[in-house]
Design a protein around this ligand. Sequence first.
Ligand SMILES: Cc1cc2nc3c(=O)[nH]c(=O)nc-3n(C[C@H](O)[C@H](O)[C@H](O)COP(=O)(O)O)c2cc1C
Length: 366
Amino acid sequence: MNSEGTVMDLLSPARLGPLDLPNRLVMAPMTRNRAAADGTPGPLMAAYYAQRATAGLIVAEATTPNAVGRTYPNIPGIYAPEHVAGWRGVTGAVRAAGGRMFLQLQHGGRVGHPANSGLVPLAPSPVALGEPVHTGGGPLPAPVPREMTVRDVQATVADFAAAARNAVAAGFDGVEVHAANGYLLHQFLAGNTNRRTDAYGGTVAGRVRFTVQVVRAVAAAVGAERVGVRIAPGVTVNGIAEDDTAVLYRTLAGELAGDGLAYLHVVFADPGDALFGELRAAWPGVLIGNPRLPWPGPPPADGGRAAGERLLAAGADLVALGRAFLANPDLVERLRTGAPLNPVRDRYLMYTGGAEGYTDYPALAS
Ligand SMILES: Cc1cc2nc3c(=O)[nH]c(=O)nc-3n(C[C@H](O)[C@H](O)[C@H](O)COP(=O)(O)O)c2cc1C
């Protein structure tokens, strides 16, 4: 059973805090590297998101809350007035097309490079990523990050809150705090990247502290009903190794369960996994499941529909799909009519810039 106590299909309406969603399909956040070099979004991004406005909810791509948190080239920011003005163009286009949109806030932590940000990356501990980081000049070895002081931790919490305020000023319906996929918050959660001996490390209670503080500061800034959290239990991307996944996420979900947040968003959710059921039971609000599909390699021909329906049956309220939305601006209509889906092209054309592989995926002929 989901949080409404019912089992629904993907195309049925849902409620998300103050928002009415016309369907249960969420466009998962996807980095596409189409912002200007300074992180300002432009009209091409507005066109891309407006094409996908029939999603029940769009979660816009990972966006940097401060300069040092920048991961890769052409990642959008939300800490400067130009960023807010640029995003206003995007949210205006999505709203005009009838859509609703959250913004994902991502600090890269050790997943960054001075070639991208001009700054030495900050992380819980000075443990370098064991793989290259993509820069404007191609992949470069990851630097050893500087260990965050408690003052850095507090300043970063404040930067997240300010970024959330900016996002709402830019017209977003809310923000998603990115605690998944090996970026800064996940680096605090996982024991192999968090070697701290102070209040932000060591025990599970210590390792969840930073994420809880970020989420609470963001909720205090813009209202809990506008704040979601994305987690990736057991996911090892960006060199993450958790040795206590179940207790870690049970603890985190338990800490945040009473805060009235908009949603908890679980990456690679699998209804056959005991932890998924435990998170469902522990989380009283909206639960978004991003189903575990073949990865890497192409998603299934149905884009994830069958896997998404299994997640709904197992208690998810909403289903996030990434690659299916990337390749199908009218995914909702295609699922409604049973039309075939466009396949994803060539490595997502992430670092190429421009419209190719971005806004040129065709919609069904009307
Ligand atoms: C091109 C691309 C960029 C992505 N960027 C992000 C991101 O910015 N933030 C994030 O949390 N996940 C990101 N992801 C992961 C997706 O949100 C999603 O979890 C993943 O694609 C699995 O869903 P799918 O099987 O429906 O594609 C990205 C995935 C792809 C394919």
